[in-house]
Write a protein of this length. Structure first.
Length: 97
């Protein structure tokens, strides 16, 4: 649904159409997205029109970037330690021969 909304406003019916779900189920999904701050719903007569609120996703993206840097640094250190350990072991093997 979020991908659909990234292309522009959609009615709840439009959001439900490509999925094997009822309009009521789609409305419940939209409600959860609204509560998460990812979707804003506007009622126009009997039609519920939804639009994407992307700002909360930016905060999530920043959180993911933080941990991407964190783990990249840790894995780089681990790789360096393993490489040094391999070189030490292979160097000891060479000296024993």
């Amino acid at each position: 649904m979020l991908r659909q909304l990234s292309a522009g406003e959609r009615t709840v019916g439009d959001l439900a159409a490509p999925h094997p779900m009822s309009l009521a189920a789609a409305s419940k999904h939209v409600k959860v997205l609204e509560e998460a701050g990812l979707v804003r719903r506007e009622i126009r007569g009997r039609t519920h029109v939804c639009r994407l609120e992307a700002m909360p996703m930016h905060a999530g993206q920043e959180w993911i970037r933080h941990f991407e840097r964190f783990w990249t640094e840790r894995l780089d250190v681990l790789e360096a330690l393993l490489t040094a350990n391999d070189e030490k072991e292979h160097g000891d093997d060479q000296r024993e021969r």
